[in-house]
Design a protein around this ligand. Structure first.
Ligand code: NAD
Ligand code: DAU
Length: 332
């Protein structure tokens, strides 16, 4: 039985990963999570108590991190400030968690020679033109646009440096946009679903032409477990499921799936520096490690996600009003 430490395990993708690991392995999971506004202990409810330990704390707390690393066989690092819009408003927590927090984990991995998998994003590569046939690969140069993506890029570079300079046993993955259960209502898909549930019209930034490459969070989890088990140390793997869609297409799909007219949305103030298009080429992960996504049908995945938000209003309602109050101050 492997002892896994999962940082950020009460967040969206981290909690999906913990559910995935517990149902697909014998691993014991310890979650280290600060429970910021984005963390929710309820996302881990229902999991067997003998398989899961929850520790509330900060990844930048070196003494706590050291103690937890000394008991772990491997660490999967999801914890981050993750929302671009917040990073445009107040970048400081992004530096503290994404840079200093990752540095703190790397130093502990170095001291204890602990296997570490670092979770990152396709946003480190900047954006692509809408009509560009290119997609991001492991060799695309870094070119981040926002305070969020620049701190994620910085954290990736720290991992690479600790691998090369100190022999830390780490891998990195850069994934595209995730959707699924337990995602905070500040993010695009849950924001629009919960708006429609409340009878509010969805909000599309700018013209809505921006393209994101959607993957179900459970497919992200299976890819991370594959890299943890079979990935080559020191290497980077891109994770994606060929799910490119414009924001306008996604909003129209949500509306029609929820029984509302496809044009019942509003265009609002665009995001500053808004990346145009992301697209992932995950050939390396598929060819070298044999990974395949299981959620091929985006329409079915969105319908299931809508059902989840309809059935779990107790989970998201406490965050909805504060989230919308923040957006209202920016005309969004
Ligand atoms: P999230 O905001 O939903 O969750 C982040 C979690 O980290 C929360 O539980 C929060 O409490 C915790 N946390 C924040 N600061 C912390 C700290 N200092 N110490 C301990 N815990 C802390 O984020 P998410 O969308 O689940 O993203 C998880 C990871 O995946 C991030 O590293 C993000 O960059 C990456 N990622 C996200 C996406 C996506 O589409 N959401 C895509 C690719 C990569
Ligand atoms: O690509 C991976 C990244 O995906 C992750 O690294 C980030 O952590 C994650 O938040 C996500 O970043 P995005 O900025 O792409 O996601 P977000 O859900 O904020 O927005 C998705 C798209 O929808 C983006 O083009 C902005 C747009 N949008 C967003 C909101 C909240 C709207 O049009 N309206 C909205 O109300």
């Amino acid at each position: 039985m492997r002892k896994l430490l999962v940082t950020g395990g009460a967040g969206f993708i981290g909690s999906n990963f913990v559910h995935h690991v517990i149902s697909h392995s014998d691993d014991h999971v310890t979650v280290l999570d600060k429970l910021t506004y984005a963390g929710n202990r309820a996302s881990l409810e229902g999991l067997p108590e003998d398989r899961l330990t929850f520790v509330q704390g900060d990844i930048a707390d070196a003494a706590l991190v050291d103690e937890l690393f000394s008991a772990a066989d491997a660490v999967v690092h999801f914890a981050a400030e993750s929302h671009n819009d917040n990073s445009l408003h107040d970048p400081r927590p992004f530096l503290d968690t994404n840079i200093i927090g990752t540095y703190t984990l790397l130093e502990a991995a170095r001291r204890h020679d602990t296997r570490l998998h670092h979770i990152s994003t396709d946003e480190v590569y900047g954006d692509l033109e809408l009509d560009d046939p290119a997609r991001f690969t492991e060799t695309t140069p870094y070119n981040p646009s926002s305070p969020y993506s620049s701190t994620k890029a910085g954290s990736d570079l720290l991992v690479r440096a600790w691998v090369r300079s100190f022999g830390v046993r780490a891998t990195i993955s850069n994934c595209s946009n995730n959707y699924g259960p337990y995602q905070h209502v500040e993010k695009f898909i849950p924001r629009q679903i919960t708006n429609v549930i409340r009878g509010v019209r969805p909000r599309l930034y700018g013209k809505g032409e921006n393209v994101r490459d959607w993957i179900h969070a459970d497919d992200h989890s299976s890819a991370v477990l594959t890299i943890l088990d079979k990935g080559a140390l020191g290497e980077t793997y891109l994770i994606g499921a060929d799910g490119e869609k414009s924001n306008k297409e996604v909003v129209e799909l949500i509306l029609t799936t929820m029984g509302v007219s496809a044009d019942a949305y509003d265009h609002v103030t665009d995001r500053a520096g808004h990346d145009l298009r992301y697209a992932i080429d995950s050939t390396r992960l598929r060819d070298e490690l044999g990974w395949r996504p299981a959620y091929a049908d985006f329409e079915a995945g969105i319908a299931a996600t809508i059902d989840w938000y309809r059935a779990n209003e107790d989970w998201w309602a406490p965050s909805k009003d504060a989230t919308e109050a923040f957006y209202a101050t920016k005309g969004q």
